[in-house]
Design a protein around this ligand. Structure first.
Ligand code: AMP
Length: 116
């Protein structure tokens, strides 16, 4: 169910603009508003889940859809062959700032490891 105070639910509902890269009936992908790499796309479920901690046993099909979207984004953005990073920050110490589950897809430059 949508959360009325959630930024990404607003994007899903079309109340807030976003530059979409991919969409289907369960998943949306759009450009990060403050990109940290030449390619920085966020892949989110339309349904409001807070973080990966909210995935349930029944959500395997959704997870599969999200990773299909990630592969599609990587191909479309031209980083499938050069490589990219998929990150999902969870909770305070994970650095999560938006409480709607999202995978960052980052690429177009070499990604240092470990992250800060
Ligand atoms: P995180 O800090 O892992 O929760 O990631 C949240 C991401 O959402 C950050 O990289 C922000 O730049 C990004 N962000 C915040 N608001 C918007 C928005 N309106 N459209 C696109 N990206 C956003």
């Amino acid at each position: 169910m949508a959360d009325e105070r959630c930024l990404f639910c607003d994007i899903v509902a079309g109340r807030l603009p976003a530059t979409l890269v991919h969409e289907d009936d369960e998943v949306l992908a759009f450009r990060d508003i403050a990109p940290r790499a030449p390619v920085h796309v966020l892949v989110i479920p339309r349904r409001h889940l807070v973080s990966v901690m909210d995935f349930g046993e029944d959500d395997a099909p959704l997870l599969s859809r999200m990773f299909a979207a990630i592969r599609e984004v990587a191909r479309r953005e031209g980083v499938a062959d050069t490589g990219f990073r998929v990150v999902s920050n969870a909770g305070r110490n994970g650095g999560q700032t938006v409480g709607h589950l999202h995978f960052h897809v980052l690429g177009g430059r070499f990604m240092t490891w470990p992250p800060g």
